[in-house]
Design a protein around this ligand. Structure first.
Ligand code: SAM
Ligand code: SF4
Length: 312
């Protein structure tokens, strides 16, 4: 359906869990992430009922995210059920740690493609950024996951890289070369002042103009929320708000619709059915703001949730 600003809302992102097997320092707190009570998280059937209602209202593309979606019990049933709704595109965003074992089953469950988050190619930077210790997951797990996704045909694979000053800004060229060698797409995403990233945003934020300069990118074309330069996409939520082309709503793991990533507004849809559920989804779409306020260190996101509870 069309929102109040004339945008066709065709894309639903579903967060299926808040939990994660990494602790990326810009996304999750180091400690104190408590496992939610099982009963606070939508059950598989509840997710499917909400997705079905959303499809009736015109959603054509669904992305499964987290936390880390591959940790969610029943994930493959969610994927199968969503795919059976007859949408055009079913994608998953993952940190890739468990992807080696999940690639094939995901494909067999109707998933078309995956986005894999890859911020660095340096094992020691990966360990520091994801706060991995001891026998914790390694960068190599992610690289193996990307290989497995290619083999399983979860294509086109997109790598998502959040660029941060003093963390991985020395790797722009290397990551671009890696994507080319692997024959996958790459998207550089600007760090947003939301959740954990609010405090570190001023020192780490790097506009994507840096990527344009360093890689000599030319003749970008707007595709959805990204500026596309061949197989490299730039997502600039901070330096170039893409609100006019935003076509998405989000469902949180505990059953709330977020019409805008950076707004505190949430519409509860848990325990609603039939016309009532469609009514709440319609109201959510119609309440989608025209734009979010400028994002900056002085004006961070108004979202009450961090990214691990929204899913990007
Ligand atoms: N765990 C999965 C993963 O890492 O791909 C899915 C959830 S994660 C929250 C989705 C994406 O959000 C990741 O690519 C991550 O890098 C990105 N992200 C997290 N915090 C962010 C921030 N403050 N600004 C920009 N992107 C962020
Ligand atoms: Fe986990 Fe993804 Fe957040 Fe990293 S970015 S902590 S992998 S949810």
């Amino acid at each position: 359906m069309t929102d109040n600003c004339g945008r066709q809302i065709t894309y639903l992102r579903i967060s299926v869990t808040d939990l994660c097997n990494l602790r990326c320092d810009y996304c999750m707190p180091a400690e104190g992430v408590t496992k939610r009570q099982h009963s606070n998280i939508l059950r598989v059937e509840e997710i499917l009922e909400i997705a079905e209602a959303a499809v009736e209202l015109g959603i054509r593309k669904i992305r499964i995210t987290g936390g880390e979606p591959l940790l969610r019990r029943g994930l493959l049933d969610i994927c199968k059920g969503v795919k059976e709704l007859g949408i055009d595109d079913l994608a998953v965003t993952t940190n890739g740690i468990l992807l080696r074992d999940f690639a094939e089953p995901l494909k067999n469950s109707g998933v078309n493609r995956v986005n894999v988050s890859l911020d660095t190619l340096k094992p020691e930077v990966f360990r520091k950024l994801t706060r991995s210790r001891g026998s914790a997951p390694e960068l190599q797990n992610v690289l193996d996951g990307i290989d497995a996704a290619k083999l399983a045909g979860l294509t086109p694979i997109k790598l998502n890289c959040v660029l941060m000053r003093g963390v991985n800004d020395g790797e722009i060229e290397d990551i671009a070369d890696f994507a080319e060698r692997m024959d996958v797409e790459l998207r550089f995403i600007e760090l947003m002042p939301i959740g954990q990233a609010k405090d570190m945003w001023r020192e780490r934020y790097l506009p994507n103009s840096e990527v344009i300069k360093r890689l000599g990118l030319k003749n970008g074309v707007q595709r959805g929320v990204a500026m596309q330069y061949g197989r490299i996409g730039l997502i600039d939520p901070v330096s170039r708000a893409f609100c006019p082309t935003c076509n998405r709503i989000r469902l949180t793991a505990d059953g709330n619709i977020k019409p805008c990533l950076h707004s505190a507004r949430e519409i509860p849809v848990r325990n609603l059915h039939g016309a009532e559920l469609r009514g709440a989804l319609t109201a959510a779409i119609l309440s989608k703001p025209e734009a979010h306020d400028g994002l900056s260190g002085d004006a961070p996101s108004r979202s009450q949730r961090g990214m691990n509870k929204i899913g990007g």
